[in-house]
Design a protein around this ligand. Sequence first.
Ligand code: AP5
Length: 211
Amino acid sequence: MRMILVGPPGAGKGTQAAALVDRFKIPHISTGDMLRAAVAEGTELGKQADGFMKSGALVPDEVVIGMTIERIAKPDCASGFMLDGFPRTRPQAEALDQALTKAGVALDTVVLIEVADELIVERITGRRSDPETGAIYHLKFKPAPPEIAGRLIQRKDDTAEACKARLEKYHSETAPIIPFYENKGILRRVDGVGTPAEVTQRMATTLADLS
Ligand code: AP5
């Protein structure tokens, strides 16, 4: 199973990915997580990415494409993967297409999680994550158990200001890749409004024919 999760910032891609990787037994490849790890480790890649990420801008294609194509060529992706946060621009979508064609494989599906802009800011500014497990919580919508709550951290780009910039980038750079996958006949749309469990149920229904 080769799939992509796409949607605006805070749509619930990371939240839903957890259930999907369990079901399909494929690695979850989040370019945001990879870039944050590089920033934390202080690698050359992390130094290049940090400023872009903090302000809510996109990291340049030439940095992200190589990193992601290299990652999906690893042995654990031989029978599939779930990409989260990539592609985010038309050049990234085309580079992925070329890499998959060269490898003689194809995408099975692209799932678009749809959430209106008005709901995004509250989701983003209330997000917290557990640095030990990577689990995602929300102060209001998914509170962490008391024994974990004290160690939660907030992402540097989860401010109202950076969120606005991220939404603008989503609409100008990422939304235009949706017709690219719609024209290939592999796009599936899922309503991302409702509780996380309700969205998980909708995902299961939408993907029921895939194994
Ligand atoms: P990335 O980490 O990919 O961030 P994003 O796409 O903005 O997505 P998020 O992680 O913010 O949201 P999500 O959809 O995963 O939502 P989540 O499940 O956490 O990228 C970060 C940055 O890295 C980019 O801005 C860019 O700079 C760079 N980057 C990454 N990839 C790149 C690329 N390909 N090219 C260039 N640059 C790149 O949920 C959000 C919150 O809402 C959580 O608190 C959650 O608990 C809550 N929640 C989830 N579902 C629900 C629900 N149904 N109801 C209520 N609350 C919910």
